[in-house]
Design a protein around this ligand. Structure first.
Ligand code: SF4
Length: 190
């Protein structure tokens, strides 16, 4: 079963989000945050193409925006916001419209891109960035072997959940539900 990189992030946010997408497809409302994030991202892409790479702590590198990544071996694909390629390494960059520090679930998304890139391009991915759009600030994360293995284990968990069609429990932190586009479908929460 082929998965999307965004499934990794969403599964760690709340497994029900992924369940709805694969097992029980429903309409979801487009939130203000989603619309605002898309507009901000388009603006940053235009600016970022002309800027230096210093904000990423890099001296040189080739930049490519909106890169489609896919691996048959992993059964995983997704569109990466920005890929920076140097002679030795690759750096995936994910744009986020959020003011606080990114949550741990974002790391799984980055690790998903890292796994595909290593498989596709045969170059190491040892670090990745979340680019915070409101602050125009890049936060770096190590792409450790442990994180990549956790990512692979998550993919197995998702496939098992879909295969068994088992409706997952809601997240322990119920404040996640307040901003969720699927809240109309989780009647047991409200
Ligand atoms: S409303 Fe809560 S339980 Fe339902 S999908 Fe969203 S985060 Fe998960």
């Amino acid at each position: 079963m082929h998965l999307r990189v965004s499934d990794l992030k969403q599964f760690h946010y709340c497994p029900r989000v992924v369940f709805y997408q694969y097992v029980l497809p429903v309409d979801r409302k487009v939130t203000y945050k989603m619309e605002k994030g898309k507009a901000a991202q388009e603006q940053i892409e235009r600016l970022e193409a002309r800027r230096k790479l210093r904000r990423f702590g890099l001296q040189e590198g080739h930049r490519a925006f909106n890169v489609w990544l896919s691996s048959r071996t992993l059964g995983l694909s997704g569109k990466l916001d920005l890929l920076i390629e140097t002679e030795e390494e690759l750096y995936p960059v994910d744009f986020k419209f959020t003011r606080g520090r990114p949550f741990k679930n974002h790391l799984f998304q980055l690790a998903g891109y890292a796994l595909i890139l290593e498989d596709q391009k045969k170059k190491p991915v040892n670090a990745a960035f979340v680019y915070l759009l409101p602050q125009e600030d890049a936060v770096v994360y190590a792409m450790s072997l442990e994180l990549k293995n956790e990512c692979l284990a998550t993919m197995n968990e998702i496939r098992r959940m879909v295969l068994e069609e088992k409706f997952p429990d809601p997240p322990a932190q119920r404040n996640k539900c307040e901003d969720c586009e699927y809240q109309n479908y989780c009647r047991d929460i409200w």
